[in-house]
Structure formats: C-alpha cells, structure tokens
Design a protein around this ligand. Structure first.
Ligand SMILES: CC(C)(COP(=O)(O)OP(=O)(O)OC[C@H]1O[C@@H](n2cnc3c(N)ncnc32)[C@H](O)[C@@H]1OP(=O)(O)O)[C@@H](O)C(=O)NCCC(=O)NCCS
Length: 304
C-alpha cells in the first residue's frame, strides 16, 4: 500500500470543516500538523494505513495505538489521521453506492466527538479514535435519528433470539443500533423512520448480508431507568422495542458520561434539572449503581 499523504494548511482545514470539527479544534490541529516530526508523522501514517486496510474488509474491532498523553499531538493527532482518510472513505462510500447525504451525516460524527471532547475537558481535542474506525471502514452509517453498525451476533443475543424461535447463530451478521447525541429527542416517530430507512439502505447496499435481528448494548436499556422516568419518556419507549439478552452489567460510567459532561465534578454538585439527571446523580450518591444492558429486536427485511 502506498503511503497516505497527511494533509496540511487549507487542505486540512477544509477536510476537518467537512467533517464538522469545531473551528477551535481545526485551528489547533493545523498548528500541530505544521510541526510534525518524523516519528509523529510515521505514527499517524501507520494508524491511517491500518484503518484504510480495513475499509470494506472484515468486522474486526480496531485497537489503534494511543498517542502520547498530555501533549497537543496526543489530543489532536487523530484528527489529522482521519482527515488523511477522508478521500479514501468517500471513495468506498461511492463504491457501495452510499448516497452523499448519508456519507456526510455518518462521517460528521468525528466533529460531534471533537465537540464533546472540548465541552468535557475545556480544550480542543478528540479521543474516540477506535469508535471512528467503524465509520471510516464502512461498517457504520447514520440513517436519520440512529446509527447502524454492521456487526455479528454474540453468544448472549444468539441464545436469547434462539430461545424466542429465531434462527440466529453466534457470528451471524446483525445490525448494532447506536444513539448519537445532538439529533433531538429519541422519539418513537424518529426511531421508526430511522429503522425504516435502515431496512431499505442495508437491503440496497449490502444485499449479501441478511440481518435477522438488530441489537443494542447501552446504558439506555437499563431497566432501572423506567422507575425514574415518566411513562411517556422516549427512553422508556425505546426500551420497549428490545428483548434483553442476559442480565444488565454494572456501568456507572456510561450513565454519568452521557448525562453529564463533567467527569470530575462531585456528585452533589451535578445539575438536577431533569428527571434523568436527578435519577443518575441521586442513585449514585445513595451508593447505588447504573447498568448497561444488551437487547435485540427482529429485523424485518423489505418485502418480508
Ligand atoms: C438518548 C437521548 C436523545 C434521549 O433524550 P430524550 O428523547 O429527551 O429522552 P426522554 O424523553 O426519555 O427524557 C426523559 C427525561 O430525561 C431528560 N434527559 C434525557 N436525556 C438527557 C440527557 N442526556 N441529559 C440530561 N437530561 C436528559 C429529559 O429532558 C426528560 O426530562 P423530564 O422528564 O424531567 O422532562 C438523550 O438522553 C441523549 O442525547 N443521550 C446521549 C446519547 C446516548 O446516551 N447514546 C447512547 C450511548 S450507549
């Protein structure tokens, strides 16, 4: 494989803007890109090559090397890496026939994650390099309110769906559902529309993959939430779509991270303006826990 050129200057700025990266992070990344030494250049090229080699390939998870902590390069380097990959992933989308609008919405998760980093730590950066490998290898697509990831069934969901009479083996293709932030409420109507769009999308662009079920693994599926939220809550309605596979696992971090962007703030100082905020903070303050759970629902193929 030929080396991937690392963009700099206006080229880098335009690519990061296309990926909806906030302007303060673009400015900081430009300054890092201008000062890359040979080792750092090689670090980014090697990471970018690994992701590019995975484009359109298998469904293995990536574990990209961590950049040096506590440095500007550590905080911003992977933005340059993903900017370098933009033309390649756009080519892959074209090869798969993915409409431009869907490709752009999907890749804009890079900017969303960079925004969350800035909000959380008060300085420009990005630390979700492994998560973005899904988008940049053609495994994940945003279709309206939800994101859908081509993946394979784990033993727990295969057993649970099997017990419900579906033919699902461990390793069979399934679609993992993810819930991005900043796209409005998780309303049943928005989710229905997104699921309908995904049914058509995967049937059209990945006709050889038959997905018997959709799967979600999230803190939003913690059954304990129903005791604290209004019965008209969107999260509660979302939960009702899923059959849980296996018991929920203790996971305080996800509930805290996705509800508050203040990882170091003491529990008694967290805002309690919504039912969700009050529930998450009060349960933890009382010594309780939140959980992540895995659930599935049957995937209807168009025409079936
Ligand atoms: C998923 C999400 C869009 C749901 O929001 P929603 O549609 O408003 O959900 P609900 O209708 O169930 O909200 C119930 C209550 O919690 C509040 N709430 C929901 N999400 C909240 C959040 N992230 N932070 C603070 N309060 C929140 C609502 O304002 C509402 O408050 P009220 O009952 O006092 O009026 C939202 O929680 C979110 O953006 N989460 C981050 C993304 C995420 O967690 N993804 C999954 C990763 S595994």
């Amino acid at each position: 494989m030929s080396d991937l050129p690392l963009p700099t200057g206006t080229d880098l700025a335009e690519r990061l803007a296309e990926l909806t990266v906030p302007y303060d992070a673009i400015a900081a990344a430009l300054s890092v890109a201008d000062r890359l030494d040979t080792d750092r250049r090689e670090f980014l090229r090697a990471a970018a090559s690994r992701v590019r080699d995975g484009m359109g390939a298998g469904l293995e998870d990536f574990d990209l090397p961590l950049p040096p902590a506590g440095t500007e390069f550590g905080r911003l380097g992977y933005l340059i890496c993903y900017a370098a990959l933009l033309p390649s992933i756009r080519d892959l989308h074209r090869r798969f026939g993915v409409p431009d609008r869907i490709g752009r919405a999907t890749l804009a998760d890079l900017g969303r994650q960079a925004y969350v980093f800035g909000k959380r730590y008060g300085t420009p950066g990005f630390d979700k390099q492994n998560w973005l490998t899904l988008h940049f290898t053609g495994r994940l697509y945003q279709l309206g309110r939800l994101q859908f990831e081509r993946f394979s069934a784990g033993a727990d969901v295969a057993a649970s769906a099997g017990a419900a009479g579906l033919s699902v083996q461990q390793g069979d293709p399934v679609l993992f559902v993810h819930i991005p932030r900043f796209l409005g409420g998780l309303t049943p109507a928005a989710c229905d529309a997104s699921i309908r769009a995904a049914r058509d999308f995967f049937a059209a662009h990945f006709p050889d993959e038959r997905h018997p079920i959709a799967v979600c693994a999230s803190w939003l599926l913690d059954p304990q939430l129903t005791g604290y939220l209004d019965e008209r809550s969107n999260i509660v309605a979302f939960q009702r779509r899923f059959t849980l596979a296996g018991p929920p696992r203790v996971d305080d971090v996800s509930a805290l991270e996705f509800t508050f962007d203040e990882p170091d703030r003491p529990l008694d100082e967290l805002p309690r303006t919504s039912r969700l905020e009050r529930a998450i903070a009060d349960v933890l303050a009382a010594g309780g826990h939140w959980h992540s759970a895995t659930g599935w629902f049957r995937w209807q193929h168009p025409g079936s």
